[in-house]
Design a protein around this ligand. Structure first.
Ligand code: NDP
Length: 445
């Protein structure tokens, strides 16, 4: 590894102890940027890497709220404004009990490169809270979202920082947060994306991450003259990304036989009935196990990790970070998997991703493969600024062309650095180049 990169990485680990997810994301990205730093010694003189790995701003705050029984709870709130060199900070808010600074920093760091890859003018940021919406009433969710926004509103703005949803933050939460922002700031602007259609949202935003993943994979598969037609797929998770990835796979003639939630997975050899999954997970916020109660022939297995033992042509981890480790990768390869596309952020461990690549599996890394969500968010920002809206077909067409371009750019970057087919390196390099150019132009600041 390039000596400068190695030194900054070690320094990052020493100065940010107890942040394993951030270390993991930084190691994965910086290792593949090593070749770029070999070619560009001027970056070291400018302290580019030291600036890049340090967030421009970290905002941490308390979020006190009252439950339906009158009990007071205090959660932690975060917003990490990581890098705004190419545009306003942009990245989702995650509400889940395991959220901590390490997780938000890993997500924010990845977001810089992902947003750059979209070709749109958006910087990298991420935020959230260790609040878990599961099992809370609508009124509790509303009070929490209002308490969260009562601090966050000072730090965001349509030209400053534009959050969106992520795990645990969907249309309901965005609605409550937007309503409270509007009340506090007295302005109706595109300060959050993923908004409802009635108040400034974009058509196709809900579908964008899942559809985008499949558009990018389609392009990658074409390299080997493959497609989704008649292929068996496994998709982990059953949230926003997983559901719409399934929808697009099915439209393209593939069959999804397994999906999961954090308790377990379902297997349906006939192909998952997606309307039923939507009814359980989106309409009722229920558990995936209910699927097997309603479909004879389908089975439910407790424990979400087991999903990687299901034989498939293509696997799409769409649930959460580090959900697919080396053992899972070995099982998938032994069962004949030909392509893996990451819908979730950093779902594969570094060892698992390396194993796929070493065994000839086509591998689409998250920061390229799931960039469709944030790309569509940027299209939502454009529509807000124009005060006018595109049709579903127009947004979907733009999304598809963005995903195809991302694939072409990561492929070209990998080839430029003599690593053909290594889309992990390609994505990191292509994402980095634009940010580096902007930072060099801005000087030390
Ligand atoms: P959701 O909250 O809509 O859904 C998350 C799903 O993953 C739920 O079904 C959840 O189950 C399940 N899950 C959580 N942990 C596990 C686990 N360990 N094993 C199996 N399933 C699990 O989130 P999203 O679909 O929006 O996000 C999923 C991933 O995609 C995240 O990594 C997110 O950062 C990433 N992403 C999302 C984007 C978006 O536009 N939404 C954009 C880019 C990336 P349960 O119901 O039990 O909680």
């Amino acid at each position: 590894m390039n000596a400068y990169v190695q030194r900054v990485l070690q320094d990052l680990k020493d100065r940010n102890p107890n942040q394993p997810e951030f270390h993991q994301a930084a190691t994965e990205i910086l290792s593949s940027l090593s070749v770029v730093f070999d070619k560009h010694p001027e970056y070291e003189k400018s302290g580019l890497l030291e600036m890049l790995v340090e967030p421009e701003r970290v905002i941490m705050f308390r979020v006190p709220w009252v439950d339906d029984n009158g009990n007071v709870h205090v959660n932690k709130g975060y917003r990490v404004q990581f890098n705004g060199a190419i545009g306003p900070y942009k990245g989702g808010l995650r509400f889940r009990s395991n959220v901590n600074l390490s997780i938000i920093k890993f997500l924010g760091f990845e977001q810089i490169f992902k947003n750059s890859l979209t070709g749109l003018p958006i910087g990298g940021g991420k935020g959230g809270s260790d609040f878990d919406p599961k099992g809370k009433s609508d009124n509790e969710i509303m009070r929490f979202c209002q308490a969260f926004m009562s601090e966050l509103f000072r730090h965001i703005g349509q030209d400053t920082d534009v959050p969106a949803g992520d795990i645990g933050v969907g249309a309901r939460e965005i609605g409550y947060m937007f309503g409270y922002y509007r009340k506090l700031a007295n302005e109706h602007v595109g300060v959050l994306t993923g908004r409802g259609l009635a108040y400034g949202g974009s058509l196709a935003r809900t579908e964008a991450t899942g559809y985008g993943l499949i558009y990018l994979m389609e392009e990658m598969l074409k390299e080997k003259k493959l497609s989704f037609k008649n292929k068996t797929c496994v998709i982990s998770g059953s949230g926003n990304v997983a559901i719409f990835a399934n929808e697009k796979v099915t439209q393209l003639g593939g069959k999804v036989v397994a999906m999961s939630d954090s308790d377990g997975y379902i297997y349906d050899a006939d192909g998952i009935d997606l309307d039923l999954v939507k009814e359980i997970k989106l309409a009722r916020r229920g558990r995936i196990s209910e699927y097997a109660d309603k479909r004879s022939g389908a089975k439910y297995v407790a424990g979400c990790k087991g999903i990687w033992s299901v034989a498939c042509d293509y696997a799409m981890p769409c649930a959460t970070q580090n959900e697919l480790d080396l053992d899972d990768a070995k099982m998938l390869v032994a069962n004949g998997v030909k392509a893996v596309g990451e819908g979730a952020n950093m779902p594969s461990t570094i060892e698992a991703a390396e194993y796929f690549q070493a065994n000839g599996v086509l591998f689409a890394p998250a920061k390229a493969a799931n960039a469709g969500g944030v790309a569509c968010s940027a299209l939502e920002m454009a529509q807000s600024s124009m005060r006018s809206f595109w049709t579903f077909e127009e947004v979907d067409r733009k999304l598809q062309s963005i995903m195809v371009n991302i694939f072409r750019n990561i492929k070209a970057a990998a080839e430029r650095y003599d690593m053909p087919g290594n889309y992990i390196a390609g994505a990191n390099i292509a994402g980095f180049e634009k940010v580096a150019t902007a930072m060099m132009a801005h000087g030390v600041c």
